[in-house]
Write a protein of this length. Structure first.
Length: 74
């Protein structure tokens, strides 16, 4: 029983080390990729080549459903 617990503990420790190393490698790769991509400022004004947005039926509110008239109670 003690031998099995030792191997289970060793497996857990090695798994944690592997996860930490994988996360560090991913962070390193993301850092390298972030340096290579140029930063572009946000474009506030639309480009003249873009067509203006066309308003359609989705801009209109639907007509509300008429509620039934209340029925008089006896």
């Amino acid at each position: 029983m003690k031998r099995e617990a030792f191997f289970i503990g060793l497996f857990c420790v090695l798994l944690i080390i592997a996860l930490v190393l994988a996360a560090a490698d991913q962070a390193h790769n993301d850092g390298q990729r972030a340096i290579l991509t140029p930063w572009r400022p946000l474009q506030i004004t639309p480009e003249p080549s873009q067509t203006p947005q066309v308003h359609g039926w989705w801009d209109e509110l639907p007509s509300p459903f008429p509620f039934p008239s209340p029925t008089p109670r006896r």
